[in-house]
Design a protein around this ligand. Sequence first.
Ligand SMILES: Cc1cc2nc3c(=O)[nH]c(=O)nc-3n(C[C@H](O)[C@H](O)[C@H](O)COP(=O)(O)O)c2cc1C
Length: 248
Amino acid sequence: MDLMREIPMTEETNATRHQPCATVDEAILSRRSIRAFLSDPVEDETIREILTLASRAPSGTNTQPWKVHVVRGDVRNQLCDEIITAFIAGDQYSEEYAYAPDPWGEPYLARRRATGWGLYGTLGIEKGDKDKMKAQHARNFGFFDAPVGMFITIDRGLELGSWLDLGLFLQTLMLAARGRGLDTCPQQAFAGFHKIIQNRLAIPADEMVVCGVALGFADMSAPENHFSPGREPVELFARFVDDLATND
Ligand SMILES: Cc1cc2nc3c(=O)[nH]c(=O)nc-3n(C[C@H](O)[C@H](O)[C@H](O)COP(=O)(O)O)c2cc1C
């Protein structure tokens, strides 16, 4: 299949409406952040296909602001070792952009807590067990054992709008991976170690490391991979506006 080929709306079916596609729902519904991967390798060709599909994500006036740095094999292993060593030593951590407000307010704080404790619960990590929490957090920096890691970077000269585009790219990438039986975990945790990543992968200074993404085959025997935090119902985040407010 030529993944760069655009599919005309009416091709094959000759219909006037775009036909529904059930597998999109399946990809969306089966995607979750996977935190334990098998060591089975992923072919470079498959990674290229996923990136090709991800590049179909929309972006403002087709600016395509995403950049991806893929690591596997020795490069992945050595880089992960360096970051894990720095994490354990409490070294080299710095943030270039704020992902989180300080402090988090509600309702976000409660959702974060429920997700964090839900995940730790599946792993038998109890409140106050800081060593186990730190060890679990450290697993981020080995891509949760995924054989492929990606770093998403963005041109520093771009604005917030392009970060929106980056999010769309990220989700498209994760769904494309699902479509091929692969799984992912988006990882903002890596941003704190941007100095090591930027330096060791020779990422140009005008790019900013936004996040990492683990890619591989999920280990479905790992309990943490069966954790799937719920979502709020539509009524809680969407409203259908039936009347205009009076113009004051
Ligand atoms: C931009 C972004 C950054 C994230 N960073 C991390 C991370 O560093 N480590 C991690 O384990 N999960 C990370 N996650 C995964 C979220 O915790 C996860 O998406 C959320 O809990 C919802 O669960 P689900 O992805 O399984 O549906 C990140 C997700 C996003 C979208």
